[in-house]
Ligand binder design. Sequence first.
Ligand SMILES: N[C@@H](CCC(=O)N[C@@H](CS)C(=O)NCC(=O)O)C(=O)O
Length: 200
Amino acid sequence: MLKLFGKSTSINVRKVLWACAELNIPLGHEQANGDDVQHLNPNALVPVIDDAGFVLWESNSIIRYLANREQAGWLYPAVAAQRARVDQWIDWQAADLNRAWSYAFMALVRRSPAHDDPAQIRASVQNWNRSMEILDRQLAVTGGHAAGAQFSLADIPVGLSVNRWYETPIDHPDLPNVRAYYDRLAERPGYQVFGRNGTP
Ligand SMILES: N[C@@H](CCC(=O)N[C@@H](CS)C(=O)NCC(=O)O)C(=O)O
């Protein structure tokens, strides 16, 4: 059975949990932090999976691997241009959106003493909201989900990020398309359990 190491409060671990729910993959889940998995991941970060001896880390690589393993074209399309569009939003979440929220999230949710500079918190919130405005405009075009009308693998990292945005105590500009997306995703059992579950 596929084994997942990582604590369920981690957004990156939740990507794997939600992906497994969408794909109906049975899972052995061990709550673990970075130090516990240092022998499996040189970065000492979670999530890590062990699939019958195949060890993999990096959350977005893991969810791509699982979708490929299951040949789930409905989630991760085989057609190059469609797949690239899904990858674009997956990579945007990891590279740009993560960077935007990082300082504000560490300050306002994790209460990290190292993240107590009000100017940097303000700048981070501003960048975070700007990123969500980009998503709002994209959703106005697709009318449904991050990479197109239908649900795709991109909605796992992006949808979890939207939950984090709403659950973090900041002023949220009114973004009707993001709000409708948040509600649309809530119809999915996997998002109810691992996404919109009260945890930022
Ligand atoms: N790029 C990595 C980032 C992983 C990451 O930052 N994991 C955090 C939790 S979200 C972690 O392991 N922190 C150390 C710990 O929890 O002990 C991924 O997407 O998997």
